[in-house]
Ligand binder design. Structure first.
Ligand SMILES: Cc1ncc(COP(=O)(O)O)c(C=O)c1O
Length: 407
């Protein structure tokens, strides 16, 4: 018999399965209406465009597209990304861009690059679960800063950094999802972004800006990324094709100054040698034909009414007193339920009623979030959105009723 636990590294021994990946398994049951995954709507995928583009790539660039590429990524794709980023106020050139295997890989690279065991990084309360998993896998400590409807509370951030310093702890980086945050849906205000960069400048920290949802906006003008406030080159900007094209291609990118970029490339080399070259050519052609911008417009047209249906259904079917911020973009609603409810234990009741969500604790590094649930509105059909929220309303009502009986 192999004593496998003895053989595992301390790192691997401590790694836990992703709650979301586990939940997604339960929700394979076709009768379950799942608000759990952060999935794009499969009806949105541009099948015909992609079919045509694949043929073009084979004909025009087949030999290069089927070959290994550089670790940094295909140059013509990096060039169009740098060019597009200028419209967002990011002053990038081709050499500042790395193409990664999804933004999840970029988060892992950040962890690999900065975190020794026992190091501290700062994240939002709540924050993206995949970020927590990536950073924890490097045996780091994560300190959470609460969010409100204007994003991360930067005053508390500064206080927290001062307190950490008193204990001789200098955090390595601040991880932020400032735009249509996953899971809370909120957007950080420009004044807070400015303050955040000032704090990073003052305490000599890196900011890791994760921006998968910035282009999925429904009733707000374009939002400036933190990177556009970066006057000392300490923001690593990450974005992805997953939510605006197709996650199956596993394509994302980072933008950072040349020194950080060089180090990230070295860290990436051992992970995969290079990101799938073929996929990069496909994405590049999709952009060059003008299809990406059209596709983003279509996605916004598709998701905005879904957001409205979900938010209206929450008002209609959830018990009174339940608050839910109406996100101006992105893919998630994040209601807060009444005292006494734990969404983690309530999950099994929800599954019995054939509806699924992700419980709020999964997004908290401090054990909080028990009264929250993350609900995805992009994946389900409009009918499922209404029906699923109705079912969830019943589950919550029953839970409240039971709690009263116990009291
Ligand atoms: C905030 C955030 N970061 C990163 C990711 C990972 O995306 P991908 O690896 O598909 O680019 C997600 C996916 O849901 C996300 O919500």
């Amino acid at each position: 018999m192999i004593d496998i636990d003895r053989l595992y590294s301390d790192r691997a021994g401590k790694m836990r399965k992703s709650v979301i990946r586990e939940l997604l398994k339960v929700t394979q049951d076709p009768e379950i209406i799942s608000f759990a995954g952060g999935l794009p709507n499969p009806k949105s995928f541009p099948f015909e465009d992609i079919e045509g583009i694949i043929n073009t790539v084979m004909k025009e660039n087949g030999k290069t597209a089927l070959q290994y590429g550089t670790t940094q990524g295909v140059e013509i794709l990096r060039e169009v990304i740098a060019e597009r980023s200028k419209k967002d106020g990011i002053d990038a050139n081709t050499e500042d861009v790395i193409i990664t295997n999804g933004s999840q890989q970029a988060l892992d690279i950040v962890g690999k690059m900065f975190l020794n065991p026992g190091d501290t990084a700062i994240v939002g309360l709540p924050t993206y679960l995949g970020g927590i998993n990536a950073f924890r896998s490097y045996e780091s400590n994560l300190t959470g800063i609460p969010l409100d409807e204007d994003g991360m509370q930067v005053d508390i951030l500064e206080e927290t950094i001062k307190n950490l310093l008193k204990d001789d702890i200098l955090p390595k980086f601040i991880y932020s999802v400032p735009t249509f945050q996953n899971p809370a849906g909120v957007v950080m205000t420009d004044s807070r972004k400015r303050k955040l960069v000032d704090i990073a400048n003052e305490y000599d920290l890196i900011i890791v800006e994760d921006d998968p949802y910035g282009k999925l906006r429904y009733d707000t003008p374009q939002i400036k990324p933190i990177k556009s406030f970066d006057d000392e080159g300490r923001v690593i900007y990450i974005s992805t094709f997953s939510k605006i094209f197709a996650p199956g291609f596993r394509l994302a990118w980072t933008i950072a100054n040349s020194e950080l970029t060089r180090k990230m490339i070295v860290c990436k080399q051992a992970l995969d040698l290079c990101t799938a070259t073929f996929n990069q050519f496909v994405a590049c052609e999709f952009i060059r034909r003008g299809s990406l911008d059209l596709h983003i417009m279509k996605l916004c047209e598709m998701y905005k009414p879904k957001r409205d249906i979900m938010i209206n259904a929450i008002e209609k079917y959830f018990p009174e007193g339940i608050t839910c911020y109406k996100p101006k973009g992105g893919m998630f609603a994040w209601p807060t339920l009444p005292e006494g409810i734990d969404t983690e234990t309530m999950f099994l009741d929800a599954i019995k009623q054939k509806v699924a969500y992700v419980h709020g604790k999964a997004f908290h590094v401090d054990g909080g979030g028990e009264r929250n649930m993350r609900l995805n509105f992009s994946y389900s059909t409009n009918e499922q959105l209404e029906e699923g929220i109705k079912r969830l309303g019943n589950v919550i009502r029953e839970k409240l009723q039971k709690n009263k009986v116990v009291l």
